[in-house]
Write a protein that binds this ligand. Structure first.
Ligand code: AVI
Length: 330
C-alpha cells in the first residue's frame, strides 16, 4: 500500500539560535582580524540559497550542467553497484534537482528508497521534500535542517541502514585543504565499511573560464556574495551600504582556487549594532568572502587518502571539466 506523502516525511533540525550565535562570532572574529574575512557558509540563508539556485542556471557556471550530465549518464551504473538500496544522505541538498536523477534510478532498481537531505535552509528543505514525495510514491524522506556536522551526527545516531552520502556540486571546494581533510575524516568516522561517499569535484582548468564562472555577466554571483553583507544588516543590525563595496574575483594559481572578495570603494566605518562594534575600512581594503578550490586528478586522490578513503570509481563529463567520485572508507 502506498502511504500519503505526509506520512513519508519526517523533519528534524537544530535550533536557529545556535546558528545566529555562530554567525555573530564569525563576523566579530572575521572583521577584527588583520586581513578581514567572512565565512562563506553564512551566505546561505533563505535568500542566499535562492540566489545560489539561480547561479546553477547561469551560462558561465558550467559546474551544475557538467555534474548533471555525469549523473544522467551514470545513474543506472551507480544504483547497480549496491545489493540493497542505500539510504541516500545529501549534504547541502538545496533543491535536490540533480539528486532526482539518482532517486529515479534507485526507484527503478529497488522497492523502497530512503532520502535524507541535510540543508541549512528549512524553507528550501520543506518545499523540496514535498515535491519529491509527490514525484516518487515509494520514497521516504527524513529531512534535517542544520549544519553538515549536526546532520551527520543525526544520521549516525538515527539511521541503521547502509548509506551513500552525496556531496555534490564541488562543495568540498569551499573548504580550505585542512578543513576539507578534517571534515572528510570526521565523516569517515561516522561511516561503516559498506557506506559510501559520492563527491562531485570541479577540475583545474583555464583560469579565464574559472573567473567567468564566478563573475557572470548578469551579476547573479555578485549579489550572492553580497548577501553576506546584507545578512549582517538584517540579522545583526549592521549598516553596510553594499553599493560602497565592489565584488572582485581572482584565481590563485599557487593554492588552486578561485577567491572572492568585497572591496571597500572608500574610507568608511560600518557599525554593527548587535555586536556593539564599528569596523573601519580603507579605500581598496578587501573582505575575503569565499574560496572555491579546484582539483587535479592527483589532488583528488591525495585528498581522499588524507581523509581516509579510497576511490572506487571516477566519472567525467564529455568535456572533462568536472569529476564525480565514489569513495569508500578505509
Ligand atoms: C556551493 N559551491 C560549490 C559553489 C562553488 O562553485 O564554489 C558556491 C558558489 N559561489 C559562487 N558561485 C558558486
Amino acid at each position: 500500500m502506498i502511504q500519503q506523502a505526509s506520512q513519508r516525511l519526517a523533519l528534524h533540525g537544530t535550533d536557529a539560535k545556535s546558528d545566529l550565535d555562530d554567525f555573530a562570532s564569525d563576523v566579530r572574529a572575521g572583521l577584527t582580524s588583520e586581513k578581514k574575512r567572512l565565512s562563506c557558509r553564512f551566505i546561505y540563508d533563505d535568500a542566499g540559497s535562492d540566489i545560489f539556485e539561480a547561479i546553477c542556471d547561469l551560462p558561465e557556471y558550467y559546474l551544475t550542467r557538467a555534474e548533471r550530465e555525469i549523473l544522467e549518464r551514470r545513474a543506472q551504473e551507480f544504483s547497480q553497484r549496491f545489493d540493497e538500496s542505500p539510504t541516500i544522505v545529501e549534504l547541502g541538498s538545496g533543491s535536490s534537482t540533480k539528486t532526482r536523477v539518482l532517486l529515479n534510478a534507485l526507484s527503478d532498481t529497488f522497492d523502497d528508497v530512503h532520502y535524507v537531505p541535510i540543508d541549512i535552509s528549512t524553507e528550501m528543505l520543506a518545499s523540496t521534500a514535498r515535491d519529491l514525495l509527490d514525484a516518487f510514491p515509494k520514497l521516504k524522506v527524513t529531512a534535517f535542517a542544520g549544519e553538515y556536522n549536526d546532520g551527520l551526527r543525526f544520521v549516525h545516531d538515527e539511521i541503521d541502514e547502509p548509506t551513500c552520502t552525496l556531496w555534490l556540486g564541488s562543495s568540498v571546494g569551499n573548504l580550505s585543504r585542512e578543513d576539507a581533510i578534517k571534515f572528510l575524516r570526521s565523516m569517515r568516522d561516522t561511516m561503516d565499511g559498506h557506506d559510501r561517499l559520492l563527491a562531485g569535484m570541479d577540475l583545474k582548468k583555464d583560469p579565464e573560464v574559472l573567473i567567468q564562472a564566478y563573475n557572470d555577466r548578469a551579476g547573479v554571483t555578485e549579489s550572492f556574495n553580497r548577501n553576506i553583507l546584507l545578512r549582517i544588516n538584517r540579522e545583526l543590525g549592521g549598516d553596510f551600504d553594499p553599493d560602497q563595496f565592489e565584488y572582485k574575483v581572482t584565481y590563485n594559481e599557487d593554492l588552486g582556487r578561485v577567491e572572492m572578495y568585497q572591496v571597500s570603494r572608500m574610507n568608511q566605518n560600518v557599525h554593527i549594532r548587535d555586536l556593539d562594534m564599528t569596523v573601519s575600512f580603507e579605500e581598496g581594503e578587501p573582505i575575503h568572502t569565499e574560496n572555491s578550490h579546484k582539483y587535479s586528478l592527483e589532488d583528488i586522490d591525495t585528498l581522499a587518502a588524507q581523509g581516509g578513503y579510497s576511490r572506487e570509481v571516477q566519472w567525467f563529463d564529455d568535456l572533462d571539466r568536472f569529476s564525480l567520485n565514489l569513495f569508500k572508507p578505509v
